[in-house]
Design a protein around this ligand. Structure first.
Ligand code: NAD
Length: 509
């Protein structure tokens, strides 16, 4: 394994330079049936780094034509990949994990450059991707397992088979890790994949497919088609050979995909937006709660679906807690994401900065106060200061809408009942965080929170066997453990007669 140390900004920039140079000179193509492929139309789009706004390279813009060839490659490869011995499939997935670990630095640096996410987090992205592959590599042999449900006359068995070629559509915030989260279980199940990465941060998808093939994944088992959601994305979700779509992105896009996939009766798995509450009661370990609140909203630039973007704090401690929060926010280190000291990097794009800062104006208009940040770090660049919005009420837009940036909205509450009412008073239901030393209260609140995932006295720590996903407008379906296989596989029932039981005879002898 490589040394994980990534020491200084200069060293990181130097190490990244050859990768960037290669990408710049060659551009990024689609990857279909084992080969780099340009768009038939010749269309390309520019990708800019949020680090300094400079153009990184040009990327092929796919359309229905490229989706057609990728879907047909995936369909062909499915015939082989779905049938090969499970132990062989498992070995290939383990080898992919090895290669991701060996290329961890290259992947981390490029991901940081492409997304603006600090290297202190992105240096672990390949390792997390490898973990996803290893976990599902170990589960391959049990993927087809089923039940025996005998009746008096039949031996009833259930088994599972892979659903077919699937589409995976990923967002721009942490694209590498999120794509492995989808692609690893799909391949483990025996499905083949057409991946459509986000157009704002498409670079590491190419490394993933190349390493998968280097590890022995057959050509066509994983294909990548770049392009916009409105062209490549729509074509993928409408394609008749694609049996299911695993999508991570905005709730509104989820609705579009459901509509687009309806004619071909697509199975869909959605991981969508969130407006997650962190509820801090007076009796909590306030030092740990403070660390978690700050980490869960400002790490990954707040561009994180599970970010705790609403702080619900009990009235008796609100003033002191917010004062401490403000001091800590003032200490956050904002800067070049490739600098290992950086804690908050630039947002993904100028357009996103405008969206995030528009909520500062909305906060003013709604009568909330901006207690920290609320503006850019400098005139240029996508750097937004970590922002704290106080004196908010639950009906305000800043408390209802997903801002997806380093912005925390604080709402005090009087008692447990009010905390729950506020927490559940949003259209989302992805994650919730509860801080209290009272076990009964922790269980009561967790039981009543409308969220797919709840962490008590903890920040978000992912354990792969547990279900990941949201309720309400935050998603449909769960990832992780066997839940992933339930999505990528069809459950089948086989009934075997155990004797010659009477069969109703029609039409005489
Ligand atoms: P987005 O919905 O704009 O785009 C996501 C992907 O969908 C991109 O690849 C895009 O090209 C594609 N797309 C867009 N329109 C499409 C269409 N009509 N048909 C098919 N594909 C289409 O989301 P984003 O801005 O890239 O990402 C941010 C969002 O992702 C936030 O809402 C965030 O909460 C969510 N997210 C959720 C999770 C989760 O696990 N719940 C994780 C990360 C991000």
């Amino acid at each position: 394994m490589e040394k994980p140390a990534i020491m200084t900004l200069d060293a990181n920039l130097q190490e990244l330079a050859p990768t960037l140079e290669a990408i710049r000179s060659q551009g990024v193509q689609h990857h279909i049936r084992g080969s780099k492929t340009a768009s038939q139309s010749g269309k390309r789009f520019d990708v800019h780094s949020p680090v300094d706004g400079s153009p990184t390279c040009q990327v092929a813009a796919g359309s229905r034509t490229e989706i057609d060839s990728a879907a047909s490659a995936a369909k062909e490869a499915f015939g082989h990949w779905s049938r090969i011995d499970g132990s062989q499939r498992s070995k290939i997935l383990h080898r992919i994990a090895d290669l991701l670990e060996q290329n961890a630095r290259r992947i981390g640096l490029l991901e940081s450059w492409d997304t603006g996410q600090p290297i202190r987090f992105m240096s672990k992205t390949a390792a997390r991707g490898a973990h996803n592959f290893r976990y599902f590599a170990d589960k391959v042999l049990s993927a087809r397992d089923g039940q025996s449900l005998p009746s008096p006359t039949l031996l009833n068995l259930t088994t599972r088979m892979p659903i077919g070629p699937v589409g995976v559509i990923t967002p721009w915030n942490v694209p590498f890790m999120l794509s492995t989260w989808k692609i690893a279980p799909a391949l483990a199940a025996g499905c083949t994949v057409v991946h459509k990465p986000a157009e704002l941060s498409p670079l590491t998808a190419e490394i993933l497919v190349e390493l998968c093939e280097e590890a022995g994944l057959p050509a066509g088992a994983l294909n990548v088609v770049h392009g916009t959601g409105s062209e490549a994305g729509v074509a993928l979700t409408e394609h008749p050979d694609i049996r299911a779509i695993a999508f991570v992105g905005e709730s509104a896009t989820g609705s579009d995909i459901m509509r687009q996939g309806s004619a071909t009766l697509k199975r869909v798995h959605f991981e969508l937006g969130g407006k997650n509450p962190v509820i801090v009661f007076e009796d909590a370990d306030l030092d740990r709660a403070l660390d978690a609140v700050i980490f869960m909203i400002f790490s990954l630039n707040g561009e994180r679906c599970t970010s705790s973007s609403r702080l619900l704090v009990e009235e008796g401690i609100a003033e002191e807690f917010v004062a401490r929060l403000k001091r800590r926010i003032g200490n956050l280190r904002i800067g070049n994401p490739l600098d290992p000291a950086t804690e908050v990097g630039p947002l993904i794009s100028e357009q996103h900065v405008e969206k995030v800062l528009s909520y500062v104006k909305i906060a003013h208009d709604e009568g909330a106060t901006v207690a920290a940040g609320g503006r850019r770090l400098a005139e240029n660049g996508c750097y937004v200061l970590p922002t704290l919005l106080c004196n908010a009420t639950s009906d305000m837009r800043i408390a209802q809408e997903e801002i997806f940036g380093p912005v925390l909205t604080v709402i005090p509450f009087a008692d447990e009942e009010q905390a729950l009412t506020i927490a559940n008073d949003v259209r989302y239901g992805l994650a919730g965080y509860v801080w209290t030393r009272d076990l009964e209260r922790a269980l009561r609140v967790s039981d009543n929170l409308q969220a797919g995932m709840i962490w008590v006295n903890s920040h978000n720590v992912r354990h792969l066997p547990t279900p990941f996903g949201g309720m309400k407008d935050s998603g449909i379906g769960r990832d992780g453990g066997d839940w992933s296989f339930e999505f990528y596989m069809e459950r089948k029932h086989i009934a075997l007669a155990t004797g010659k039981h009477p069969i109703p005879r029609l039409g005489g002898n």
